[in-house]
Design a protein around this ligand. Sequence first.
Ligand code: DO4
Ligand code: MG
Length: 258
Amino acid sequence: MTLQFRYRDGDGVRTGTVANAEELDAYDLLIPVEPPEVWCAGVTYERSRDARIEESAVEDVYSLVYDADRPELFLKDAACRRTVGPGEPIGVRADSAWNVPEPEIALVLGEGGSLVGVTIGNDVSSRDIEGANPLYLPQAKVYAGACALGPAVLVPDDWSAPFEIRLRILDADGAMVFEGETSTARMTRSFEELAGWLLRDNPVPPGSVLLTGTGVVPPDDFTLEPGHVVEISVPGIGTLRNPVGRAGDLAATGRSES
Ligand code: DO4
Ligand code: MG
């Protein structure tokens, strides 16, 4: 098992490998890949389907996609403009009152959509915009700091072994305000199936990333706020930790300017 990562030192940006996630703590980590495109699958866990049905003014679309052959797939980012790495702020939208993290396994895709590695992804989302109308999905999902990836890319020895996914949200004083967990064993679709659908008649460039859906949903009265810290841990990959900021501030100073 190898973990690949990128980090910063006095000489600039470097790449490294370690055998276990604890060793990553010694590094000033950067986003482990800079994907040309980030895609997401949705409603791949029963928990996500149920949460969407409760929030939505148009309930049927979510049961229909959960049961259908064809998965929900959407473009989350291109040119890494809205995607951040470990320690960088994720964003909440100023025009939304209900923002959440979505802890997901993220697949790093190779040529033809082959599976080359696994990292942790956060599909940060606005639930009130999503719930108002399914046609608002791009606005609920795509904005500055709406995606985080890291801390490292695992090349699994066994692609069939499930991943445990743990979410912790801390407030500005470090107190825990939510924790939850799931396992990819609860997914209704396989990684290969999702990647196969994504690549149908679609020239997704190698190095792109596919997030595979959330199975952890905070209670309906919870919303992310600037000052919160989101931690997503997956044994074998490590912890992706990001403070929460305002998407508007990130849009003004973000990766699109670099
Ligand atoms: O349309 C809803 C998207 C749901 C999603 O992103 C997920 O299930 O992870
Ligand atoms: Mg999601």
